[in-house]
Write a protein that binds this ligand. Structure first.
Ligand code: SUD
Ligand code: ADP
Length: 300
């Protein structure tokens, strides 16, 4: 049973001041893009994980034990049904690790769907979304895919109509960035941030109107400043991408992946070519929106 799940980008990511538990209220718009992890679930006596890189992704930071979010998803699903079961999970990883593209969340969502099928559980969608929210604030969106609004801490997802054909130039960075560290830096830089983040009216209107120029103008990420503050070279990377791209450029989530948006495939591939010629080692082109976690191969 193989399930595919996509990377996410945040078209807008507005962050409010933290709750007492340290989590930050968000107003975000997610989009699933065509960089994928495939998770294959098979019967096993104990929990086992294998990870295979796809397209040169550095998988050295991916835990191969119960720290892997896919295993935690499987354990939570089994517990939800009162089952004492384990499985083997093989991950083909095409989503850069710790890049702000939510690859771990994609694997967790894929594992929930794959194990639900493998074990014939027929878990209701609302229960799967509830389990996903307990695994991480990005995981419910990884189940849903498409384009969606994220409220609460990011886990309260509402699908949005998006007839657009968006093309993303995805520029991964060599190292990863820790999401909690970037949120802590946000708190240091914005000690008086209001608890309620501003709503993304302009971006929602641009999506509803299918207005690419307005969409590009409304892209925004409150974590870009904190990420650059923690890693100043990232500012140079953003400037390099801006110098080679005619449209909007922003950081992906908590970074350090940099994104450039184009309305056409040709525009995106042109930017990719220019960045490779400028010496950037790895540049992907992806499209969005694409589907959430879905079965791609049944057990033969
Ligand atoms: C920043 C975002 C933007 O979509 O994603 P990435 O760019 O990292 O993929 C998300 O908010 C990350 O979501 P996710 O990676 O699922 O975070 P979680 O596992 O829920 O939380 C990891 C840690 O990030 C911080 N965190 C996360 C979400 C949130 N709304 N407020 C927070 O302060 C907390 O320190 C938390 O312990
Ligand atoms: N299946 C997984 N894939 C990737 N990382 C994982 C996974 N399970 C746990 N992790 C841990 O989660 C961290 C963040 O991973 P990832 O989801 O790729 O990035 P981000 O949160 O920046 O979007 C990694 O550094 C790794 O330690």
């Amino acid at each position: 049973m193989t399930v595919r799940a996509a990377a996410k980008v945040n078209l807008v990511l507005s962050v409010g001041g933290p709750h007492p538990d340290g989590m930050h209220p968000l107003d975000t718009v997610y989009q699933a893009i065509s960089l994928y992890d495939d998770v294959r679930a098979s019967p096993a006596e104990e929990w086992e994980v294998g990870v295979t890189p796809v397209g040169g992704v550095d998988c050295s930071g991916v835990p191969l034990d119960e720290g892997n979010l896919a295993v935690r998803a499987g354990q939570l699903l089994a517990a939800h049904h009162g089952l004492d079961r384990a499985a083997r999970l093989d991950i083909d990883k095409g989503i850069p690790v710790a890049g702000g593209l939510a690859g771990g969340s994609a694997d967790a969502a894929a594992a929930l769907v794959a194990l639900d099928r493998l074990w014939h559980l027929r878990t209701p969608d609302d229960d799967l979304l509830g389990l996903a929210a307990r695994l991480g604030s990005d995981v419910p969106f990884a189940l849903l895919g498409g384009t969606a609004h994220g409220g609460g801490n990011g886990e309260q997802v509402t699908p949005l109509a998006d007839a657009g054909d968006h093309w993303w130039v995805v520029v991964p960075d060599e190292g990863g960035l820790s999401t909690p560290a970037v949120y802590r830096e946000y708190d240091r830089l914005h000690p008086d941030a209001p608890t309620t983040p501003p709503a993304s009216h302009a971006l929602l209107a641009a999506l509803a109107d299918g207005d690419h120029a307005a969409l590009a103008a409304a892209l925004h990420n409150d974590l870009e400043g904190p990420a650059v503050s923690l890693r100043p070279e990232l500012g140079e990377r953003l400037a390099l991408v801006r110098a080679h791209h005619e449209g909007a450029v922003l950081l992906s989530g908590s970074g350090p992946t940099v994104l450039a948006l184009s309305s056409t495939h040709e525009g995106a591939t042109q930017t990719r070519r220019a960045l490779l010629e400028a010496g950037v080692p790895v540049v992907h082109v992806a499209t969005g929106p694409v589907a959430g976690a879905h079965v791609v191969e049944l057990v033969g």
